[in-house]
Ligand binder design. Structure first.
Ligand SMILES: Cc1cc2nc3c(=O)[nH]c(=O)nc-3n(C[C@H](O)[C@H](O)[C@H](O)COP(=O)(O)O)c2cc1C
Length: 190
């Protein structure tokens, strides 16, 4: 049986907590999860979460493999390596621009490029405000190329009581897009 693998990339937008929340849930649904963090993501993570030790923040799961963003020879850099897709969470506008332009000069933008060319799932969770015309055009280009864009913009109709509730709403959207049943957020029934 082909192992279920996923790539999760963390880039330098505000919202590192979204990445940790998503990873905590995703580890129980995949045999292996490759994690790639950009240097800017690590800086922001230290600021926002007090640490950039991703395995420790996720709870030291056995199936999490850290990859270096400069290692263009890492397994998911090739379309011949089987994995289900990629989530970039949070996704900076810098990364959005590089992926939209097909500039594969680091592992994160290369894996995103592979997902688009191989028609694998590519989920982007961008965070920026306000958005320029360049940001919007890049996001449109990516959506047209097959990516799914989930803005890091949680809803309020579920009456969130904590930051955790707000973060969980975005994690729920990511899990749903990957076809994973989730009970973080109840479906709307009118
Ligand atoms: C504290 C801080 C917060 C940032 N927040 C955002 C953000 O929310 N969205 C964004 O697109 N860029 C943000 N940036 C800018 C990116 O980190 C910067 O464009 C960087 O080059 C992105 O690189 P990367 O995509 O390789 O991680 C922030 C930078 C800093 C220092």
């Amino acid at each position: 049986m082909t192992p279920k693998r996923l790539v999760v990339a963390i880039t330098g937008a505000s919202g590192s907590v979204y990445a940790i929340s998503a990873l905590r849930h995703l580890v129980s649904h995949y045999h292996q999860i490759y994690v790639i963090a950009s240097d800017n993501a690590r800086g922001i993570m230290r600021d926002e979460l007090g640490s950039d030790d991703i395995p420790a923040l996720v709870g030291m799961p056995d199936n999490l493999t850290m990859l270096d963003n400069s290692d263009l020879a890492a397994p998911p850099s090739s379309g011949s390596h089987q994995y289900d897709g990629m989530v970039i969470v949070p996704c900076s506008m810098g990364t959005v621009g590089r992926v939209a332009a097909g500039v594969s000069q680091d592992l994160i933008s290369r894996v995103a490029d592979v997902c688009l060319k191989e028609k694998r799932k590519l989920i982007l969770v961008p965070r920026e405000a306000p958005l320029s015309v360049i940001h919007l055009e890049n996001l449109l280009e990516l959506a047209q190329a097959g990516a799914t864009v989930i803005p890091a913009s949680p809803p309020f109709y579920h009456k969130p009581k904590s930051i955790d509730d707000l973060v969980s709403a975005i994690t729920a959207r990511i899990l749903s897009q990957l076809g994973i049943e989730q009970d973080l957020m109840q479906e709307w029934n009118g």
